[in-house]
Design a protein around this ligand. Structure first.
Ligand code: GTP
Ligand code: MG
Length: 326
């Protein structure tokens, strides 16, 4: 949509004064408005929750009219059609793509969880390159935004993956916007600013690696557990709205600590990560095996629980050669 069509004043009830307040609060257009939470908009409007709710509903209705968002009530046939229009980004491994039903989806959150060294960050790096490829090579000819919370983003690794996948390494690096988050509040702030980059730089992938680490560090112990979950909950909700409103693929990682009781309990349950679990559309559990890595799809609404094998290589991640599969 054009900048004119997205102008906040297209929403009934938004005049120059309200628009200014919204812009001061970092909401530049109707997409940004629809992607924010009620409480944030209310804060920006000086605590007027009724007006905030009204504007939020009107923004969403406007986007439904323009065909950007799906209607609230639709027939199953329409839903089926809508789902067929979802775009996918190849992970670089055919096995993993198959597990995901074709690749990582736009309009949804895909959560990668597993122990340290299980390959979460390597998949995120590979996807940031894959999204740039032409559609017939599994990409969307678009860029990526990478929120790095653990200082594990490596441009050299991106260059290597790009080179081995037929892209100019320098051009590939240019199409990835990297933001280093220093704490949970900063991570939240970065997400608010992400909307502008997504539109102006044609990004189709948003990575948050890792989504929970700052929350674990900033809210340690039982006493702060409720606040941690509440803040993390708000963050994931924001991600989900952004996935939907901007039609981008959101990929988040979540480290699972192997606790002693996980030998007896279900090892695929992320410790303290239930909020992420409930809101992720796809959840992939990763683990190391002798030479390869194994991904398992957990709790997908559409896909059966299955496993896939991949390996880390100079191409990022890819299928292992036949003889390594055992
Ligand atoms: P945490 O962030 O610690 O939870 O781990 P992770 O799941 O993000 O692990 P990551 O994706 O960083 O995978 C690490 C594994 O990938 C390492 O054990 C290495 O075997 C492999 N790896 C990491 N970097 C490279 C690289 O540049 N080239 C190759 N070939 N392998 C790499
Ligand atoms: Mg990592």
């Amino acid at each position: 949509m054009s900048a004119d069509e997205l102008d906040l004043e297209n929403i009934e009830g938004v005049g120059p004064a309200t628009k200014q307040k919204l812009v001061d609060g970092g909401i530049y257009n109707i997409l940004d408005l629809a992607a924010r939470s009620l409480s944030e908009i209310s804060d920006i409007l000086g605590g007027d929750t009724d007006k905030a709710g009204d504007l939020l509903n009107k923004a969403r209705s406007y986007l439904v009219e323009k065909g950007i968002l799906g209607k609230d009530f639709i027939s199953a046939t329409e839903l089926y059609q809508q789902r067929k229009n979802v775009e996918k980004i190849s992970t670089g491994s055919k096995n993993l793509d198959e597990l995901l039903g074709g690749g990582v989806e736009t309009g949804a959150i895909t959560e990668l969880y597993g122990e340290f060294g299980s390959g979460k960050t390597q998949i995120c790096h590979t996807l940031s390159v894959m999204v740039q490829l032409p559609k017939d090579k599994g990409g969307l000819e678009a860029g990526a935004l990478y929120i790095d919370t653990e200082n594990t983003f490596r441009p050299e690794r991106i260059a290597e993956i790009a080179e081995h996948r037929g892209l100019d390494p320098l051009k590939a690096l240019e199409r990835i916007v990297v933001a280093r988050a220093y704490n949970s509040s900063h991570q939240e702030l970065l997400l608010k600013e992400a909307g502008r980059h997504i539109e102006s730089e044609k990004l189709k992938l948003l990575v948050v690696d890792s989504v929970v680490s700052h929350y674990r560090a900033d809210f340690p112990g039982r006493g702060t557990l409720a606040e941690r979950q509440q803040r993390l909950n708000a963050f994931i909700h924001q991600l989900l709205r952004m996935a939907e409103v901007y039609n981008i693929a959101v990929v988040v990682t979540n480290q699972v600590q192997a606790s002693p009781d996980s030998f007896f309990g279900d090892p695929t349950r992320p410790v303290g990560g239930h909020v992420v679990a409930h809101m992720s559309t796809y959840r992939i559990y990763l683990r190391k095996s002798a030479k390869v890595r194994i991904a398992r799809m957990v709790d997908s609404p559409y896909l059966p629980e299955r496993e896939a094998i991949f390996m880390v290589s100079e191409k990022g991640i890819e299928d292992p050669p036949e003889e390594k599969k055992k």
